[in-house]
Design a protein around this ligand. Structure first.
Ligand code: MRU
Length: 414
């Protein structure tokens, strides 16, 4: 709660905002008047960048629909997930009652996006614990569950970070009583969930002053509310800037092969009344060349100690294009996405996806029968191409090992 902070006088639109959808009910045009008329001058710096984002209350800024929710207690509870494979056509929820159901939901991207995977996997540990027999081997079972859940997807470090955090909590409960351990595990999973909401808001506050300098931004994949427990990472600054009264156009790479950009990012931005324009991935160069965007911002699945950042396949070429056109390239991520045990991005494991996603995406055959495919789900953008990392602890710039360490080491002040 931002108790004690009154909204800045320069940000009257920050009042009475309760959900992301409420953004559209305010006096912010979702279709900026200049769109299509001043293609050479879309990147104008706002003359009135006077909003004090730190003082805008964001407590009630919520995702358009709930992404995940724990239902019940630590012995008979289950995890309810929004099935993101069905969006934008249908809003369908999926109940996971055991670790295997959760593993499958993560694997097939029913829940996806690094922070959301982490939150879901934290609860997945509680699901696993529900099925473990009481007794001396309970903690061995907890460790096995962590290893199993980690195997669902290898790239997003938030997954391993969350399951290890819950396992660690279980190991430190001073009681032989397994019901006390289960209760502690649920408490830890809930703490991860609540914390992610706050991390998104913090990122949003740091990103908004950067976003509001531009009328158009470009993003890739979905690093939005659907990918987190809160208001997203790459999108957080967009929502916060919108609350502050900034009218923005967001170009969304559709993001082959599973179309997270068009199915998810464009959908959630539209829910919020933020003007979204879907482009094919191959159109990004032309959009940059025409000066339609003043910055690019993406999320990340894992950031190495030197600042190299893994994100959805297609992010790296976007960073190269941004550099070619002298457009700043930002990566937004919480501390839980940093993996300081890896010196560089070369060490980040890259998930490989199945051929059917490439040759028969969404049921339509688009390649010859039997053709070979190669489908890495992520790529690594080298730190030298990243203008700044926008984190919950502040903005890291320049992006290199000493600056990452200064912000992200456990003993660093945030
Ligand atoms: O395969 P996905 O949809 O899980 O990939 C998601 C991304 O690459 C996101 O950009 C990343 O996880 C950041 S989410 C805040």
């Amino acid at each position: 709660m931002d108790a004690g902070h009154a909204p800045s006088d320069t940000a009257p639109l920050g009042r009475d905002v309760h959900t992301i959808s409420d953004i559209r009910r305010r006096d912010v045009s979702p279709f900026p008047a200049f769109l299509g008329r001043r293609s050479k001058h879309l990147n104008v710096r706002r003359a009135t960048a006077t909003v004090t984002y730190m003082s805008i209350p964001l407590d009630d800024l919520k995702p358009p629909v709930p992404v995940l929710e724990w239902v019940g207690d630590a012995t008979r509870g289950h995890l309810r997930l929004l099935d993101q494979t069905k969006l934008p056509a249908e809003t369908v929820y999926l109940d996971c009652h055991d670790a295997e159901a959760l593993w499958n939901a993560v694997r097939r991207l029913a829940v996806r996006g690094a922070p959301a995977i982490g939150v879901a996997a934290g609860y997945g540990m509680v699901l696993a614990a529900e099925w473990l027999p009481d007794g001396r081997d309970f903690l061995t079972g907890v460790d096995a569950a962590a290893e199993y859940l980690e195997s669902a997807r290898p790239t997003a470090v938030n997954l391993a970070w969350a399951v290890r955090r819950v396992a660690d909590r279980a190991a430190h409960v001073v009681a032989d009583d397994t019901s006390a351990i289960r209760a502690a595990m649920l408490e830890e999973a809930r703490a991860i969930h609540d914390e992610d909401v706050e991390l998104c808001r913090a990122i949003g506050r740091y990103a908004a002053p950067i976003i509001e300098q531009h009328a158009g931004v470009l993003t890739h994949c979905n690093a939005g509310a659907l990918a987190t427990a809160g208001i997203g990472t790459a999108t957080a600054g967009m929502y916060v800037a919108a609350v502050g009264g900034h009218a923005l156009t967001v170009y969304c790479d559709e993001t082959r092969p599973l179309l997270q950009g068009s199915r998810l990012t464009a959908w959630e931005l539209a829910q919020a009344g933020i003007h979204a324009v879907v482009i094919t991935d191959g159109a990004a160069g032309q959009v940059l060349k025409e000066g339609r965007v003043g910055m690019v911002i993406t999320g990340a699945d894992r950031i190495a100690a030197n600042g190299d950042a893994a994100n959805k396949i297609g992010t790296y070429p976007l960073a190269v294009l941004a550099a070619r056109h002298d457009v700043p390239f930002y990566v937004a991520a919480p501390y839980s996405t940093f993996d300081l045990s890896l010196a560089t991005g070369e060490e980040i494991p890259i998930e490989q996806r199945g051929r059917e996603e490439v040759v028969a995406g969404f049921g339509r055959v688009t390649a010859p029968d039997g053709v070979a495919t190669y489908s890495p789900a992520f790529d690594v953008t080298p730190a030298e191409l990243i203008t700044a990392l926008i984190t919950d602890r502040g903005v890291i710039q320049p992006v290199d090992a000493p600056h990452v360490a200064a912000q992200m080491q456990p003993d660093a002040t945030g």
